[in-house]
Design a protein around this ligand. Structure first.
Ligand code: ATP
Ligand code: MG
Ligand code: MG
Length: 350
């Protein structure tokens, strides 16, 4: 049986390990934090930093393939591993997606529309970029932002004074402000042989910058759904990708899509697949990286996935009494504000 290395020990790694176990595969987690969600269910836990040379050598020697559950895996670590073991998705997917500037350039180069953008390296650059965009835009750190952290929206007439320092005096990007109607995402997978499979796009609602719900079906036309899948195919092919990817889009009033960002991993807006599809995004990712055939992405039910963030998990007793609700908790001991504790997917009649 194959052994799969997973870099990162969070809930995504946990759900990947669970899917691997059901396929009779073993998993080894590389994660410095003790008692992390993934280590609770994986076969082995290498407790070391993601760039620890000795741990990487051990991981490579123990695994048939190495994958990852977060996009900020050090690219050098992935490249080091890739010299002695297959690393999927390819390290280039990390390189491209870790920096919002290279990510948008890559998307545009592959024919996928994004917001207009400018690199911002100092306060003068911020003011020039804002002027370019008519005084409004969304300023973001190029690296390490998640759940809406490291961002600032500028509306017309607002002063940008001190704006560069306020986001930490690190390389930034200013994006044009996109007046979207709604947000959707698509989860897609590609196998080593180039086969591609896409799930139905989800409609996503955020609360305090964090994904709150994903609803299926999204209120989009078949043309818009096909455009989302077409973008996914371009991206997967352009990266010679193996594994699951998540792509977020802004949906415009006329049905057009503007790509927001990509995640080279399983994605929170794809958690619904474990309840509403026979093959979840987690199993799909494991199948892709382990060289197994991709599974069907058909959706057998409409559904709504709700994240349990922080104290939301207190509603667990009520969720447990509902019919047609799949509860999934991540084994985290402490429910801090903003912390993803679990999610629930309610199947709806269709
Ligand atoms: P995630 O947790 O999904 O990785 P993130 O921190 O990387 O999030 P983004 O997805 O870039 O952040 O932005 C967070 C949210 O802010 C978006 O889902 C959207 O609602 C809003 N937003 C981001 N960029 C823009 C934009 N250019 N125009 C309008 N709204 C935007
Ligand atoms: Mg992001
Ligand atoms: Mg996002």
């Amino acid at each position: 049986a194959k052994t799969i290395g997973i870099i990162g020990g969070g809930q995504l790694g946990r759900m990947l390990a669970m899917a691997a176990a059901r396929l009779g595969l073993k998993t080894i987690i590389l994660e410095p934090q003790a008692d992390c969600p993934a280590a609770q269910v994986a076969n082995t836990h290498l407790k070391a930093a993601y760039d620890d040379a000795q741990a990487l050598a051990e991981l490579a020697s123990l695994c048939d393939v190495v994958t990852y559950e977060f996009e900020n895996v050090p690219v050098d670590a992935a490249l080091t591993l890739s010299r002695s073991v297959a690393v999927f998705p390819p390290p280039r997917a990390l390189d491209v997606s870790q920096d919002r500037l290279t990510e948008k350039q890559f998307l545009n180069d592959n024919g996928i529309t994004t917001a207009p953008f400018r690199a911002v390296d100092d306060q003068a650059g911020l003011e020039a970029a804002l002027a370019d965009f008519g005084g409004e835009g969304v300023l973001k750190t190029r690296r390490f932002g998640y759940d809406g952290k490291g961002q600032r929206v500028y509306r017309k007439g607002e002063s940008a004074e001190g704006g560069f320092a306020a986001l930490g005096s690190v390389p930034l990007i200013l994006e044009g402000f996109i007046p979207f109607e709604r947000e959707i995402s698509v989860i897609a997978a590609r196998s080593e042989s180039g086969e591609i499979a896409c799930y139905d796009p989800a409609e996503n609602v955020h609360r305090d910058g964090i994904l709150h719900t994903s609803t299926l079906p999204a209120r989009i036309t078949t043309e818009t759904a096909e455009a989302a899948r077409a973008a996914a195919r371009k991206l997967l092919t352009g990266l010679n990708y193996v594994g699951v990817v998540g792509i977020e889009f802004f949906l415009m009033a006329d049905g057009a899509l503007v790509a927001n960002e990509m995640a080279p991993r399983v994605h929170n807006s794809g958690h619904w697949t474990e309840a509403a599809c026979v093959i979840s995004q987690f199993e799909q990712h494991i199948r892709a990286v382990a060289g197994l055939p991709l599974g069907a992405t058909a959706r057998h039910s409409d559904c709504i996935m709700t994240n349990l963030i922080g104290a939301d998990v207190d509603a667990l007793p009520a969720w447990l009494t509902k019919d047609n609700v799949l509860v999934h908790l991540y084994g985290k001991a402490e429910a801090r504000p903003g912390r993803k504790m679990g999610h629930v997917t309610e199947l709806l009649k269709r």
